[in-house]
Design a protein around this ligand. Structure first.
Ligand code: NAP
Length: 256
């Protein structure tokens, strides 16, 4: 029996995750959405929707939601989805930080397990080195991606940096998952995880599978790592996540 609270519950990754979680006996999935029109569809997937916008809600209101739902884990899979710079900051950065603070403040009497869906290549490109495992094609892709959606990366960086650097006071059992470009292809059940570069895409269904694998694997607590679709050295999702957890592979440490 487990209770999961998903922020961005109506999103494409979150819907896959809702299906996976709801299939488990005794599971409860609470889904934070901002649009009441999505309620019926989410209920059909097995979620209990709660209407709350992370842009508008106060930290105390989010804390109240967490205390009401008593989650064993919270998943952040929300995002402004390429909206204006203002909304990107309000959701991807400030909305996420509100949730970190709200979870820290909430009284749940349980470990505070938190999985953050971030993105590959979220890093401080101005004052930190290029990751030493990047190949020339990764460097090229990074440059193009930051040129195209730099505002998004900066918002994600600010949120992830806050999560990692302020955790001494918050005490969340976090894992930051950093997928590459997401596709709507069917899941393959296989991923590459850890220091895997930036090439290729990953189906959203497999990102959902990786979130679930992280929730089930305590070795991933305190880690931030990259995630791509299958390639060389194919591993199943749970094997790939277990490998990263065992080797403590972190692709954010030293780059923010
Ligand atoms: N797209 C990519 O290639 C890519 C790559 C790496 C990582 N990511 C990250 O992966 C995550 C999941 O991606 P996805 O494709 O599943 O995203 P998505 O389908 O765009 O879902 C994001 C969800 O966030 C919700 N949201 C937006 N503003 C909100 C607010 N103020 N309060 C509450 N919820 C709000 C949206 O709700 P509405 O339906 O109401 O708009 C939407 O359902 C995101 O964090 C994204 O940044 C994406």
């Amino acid at each position: 029996m487990s209770t999961t609270l998903i922020f961005g519950g109506s999103g494409k990754v979150a819907r896959h995750l809702t299906k996976l979680l709801s299939a488990e006996p005794g599971a409860t999935v609470y889904s934070i959405i901002r649009n009441p029109a999505q309620e019926a569809e989410l209920k059909e997937l097995g979620a209990s929707p709660i209407i709350q916008s992370v842009e508008d809600a106060l930290v105390t209101e989010i804390t109240a939601t967490i205390e009401h739902t008593q989650p064993d884990a919270i998943v952040w899979s929300a995002g402004a989805g390429g909206g204006s710079a203002e909304r990107t900051k309000a959701v991807d950065h400030e909305g996420a930080v509100k949730v970190f603070d709200a979870f820290a403040a909430a009284t749940t009497g349980k470990p505070k397990r938190f999985v953050m869906v971030s993105a590959v290549d979220v890093r401080d490109r101005e004052s930190k080195p290029t990751p030493d495992w990047y190949k020339p094609e990764d460097v090229k892709r990074s440059e193009a991606a930051w040129k195209a959606i730099g505002t998004y990366y900066k918002a994600k960086l600010a949120a992830d940096k806050d999560l990692v650097s302020q955790n001494g006071k918050r005490g969340l059992d976090y894992t930051i998952l950093r997928p590459g470009s997401l596709s709507t292809e069917l899941g393959t059940g296989k991923v590459r995880a850890g220091k895997v570069g930036m090439q290729g895409e990953i189906p959203r269904e497999d990102v959902a599978g990786a979130i679930l694998a992280c929730l089930r694997n305590k070795d991933t607590i305190g880690l931030a790592f990259d995630l791509l679709g299958p390639g060389e050295g194919d591993l199943t999702i749970s094997e790939a996540i277990a490998k990263v957890g065992k080797n403590k592979e972190d692709t954010f440490e030293g780059y923010h």
